[in-house]
Design a protein around this ligand. Sequence first.
Ligand code: MV4
Length: 493
Amino acid sequence: MQKILVANRGEIAMRVMRTARDMGIKTVAVFSEADRNMPFVRYADEAVCIGPALSAQSYLRGEKIIEVAKKLGADAIHPGYGFLSENAGFSKAVSDAGLIFIGPSGYSIEMMGSKIAAKQAAKKFNVPMVPGTEDPIKDLAEAKSIAARIGFPILIKASAGGGGKGMRVVNSEDELEQQMQTAKSEALSAFGDDAVFIEKYVGAPRHIEIQLIGDQHGNYAYLFERECSIQRRHQKLIEEAPSSCLTPDIRKAMGECAVAVARSCNYYGAGTVEFLVDENLNFYFLEMNTRLQVEHCVTEMITGIDLVKEQINVARGNKLSFAQEDLKISGHSLELRVCAEDPMNNFLPDTGKLEMYQPPKGPGVRVDDGYEQGQDIPIFYDPMIAKLVVHGANRDEAIERLCRAIDEYYIQGIQTTLGFGKWAVQHEAFRSGNFDTKFIDKYFKPELLMEEDPEREEVAALLSAVIWEQERKPKSAISSTNGSATGWKLRRK
Ligand code: MV4
């Protein structure tokens, strides 16, 4: 493997290309018309525009991307996350074109893409699952009898769903018929597949996932867990490794279950097995993500493993470069997703220009970003502009570091989730480790960020200085103390 085409954009394209360079591998970027001036386009050894801004006309054009790879002599394609990364057809098409797909086989992607098939496969390995079904629901009568057996509330899930898409909570039997119909028709229009299954609804679980990697010779290792409970509408905001709630025994049991799930579909490459964990630390298999995930960095920080390097290693057909016994958890890592969203306004995407952009630096701080100062954040893609990742000797040190790094992070021109992140990690529930997936719903109110907003504090300080100055020298210097003269302006529109 001497040249990798990265079929992605932004921070993850940068992330993958950096490791490729570390390994002496050349890189090809493909980009949309909206991304012409992005750092990842400049960083690549070669770059090709593949179409207009809309993803469907650029980053999702698998055949076009394969054509570019062949034309430029790339011998492998890394899909990053999102876009084509979990498209079984794309994985197959890349292999059929004689190129290496840096990720799992089309077979594994397809099998894990069907949540019903995934549960059936996992069941054969005695992986614990929430009470419910591993078969599609045939009709209302069957749904009723399952619900009667496991008890309300239940959750109807789309087999083709995942990541929270196509789920309905049903609290009682009189809601069942309606919710089944809605779930099925939503699943059909969203995924072209109306198969649904039922699980007992776990009220306030933690979301913990196991990172693993397998080679093409049947060797596997798990790289411990990531806690991803701090999320909003299935959008993760803060992730950490290790979780503050697992014991070494449970960690090992979950790791071994995750490897069993991977084995059940002859998996190779990096992958993640998601679990729900209840308040008694019972864990249940949810689904498998067959890609490198956004939050992979916290795992890299605590294990010292470069996951992209290892993905490339196994994609080349080599054996895993380490064994399970070689791995140990070192310290603690936290990641905050820095998104161009306004937490004061329902986390709505806030596009605009990055008027100022200065990422933090220093001990234990890693920023994976994809934009630079002066650039516009396009509306066409994910609003995540960077990941702020910290590492510390222990959880408290990691939290302190994250707060320090947030304070150093200087962004103007758009609203971001930085202030939210500082509020969250300082919250008593987060600090104590006693939280679940309801954390944001339970504790977050936009008003809580008023004092957290450094810009507001700066403006307040500036105003009081102006007033003080005016009162001190009532007849002079007033004209030079307006906002524009000092270069300060209110960011909030
Ligand atoms: C659940 C659940 C409760 N009970 N399944 C959401 C994402 C998808 N992977 C599965 N999800 C859930 N499945 C049962 N039986 C609650 C969720 C869930 C959730 C899971 C992980 C992280 C955040 C979540 C937020 C709401 C619901």
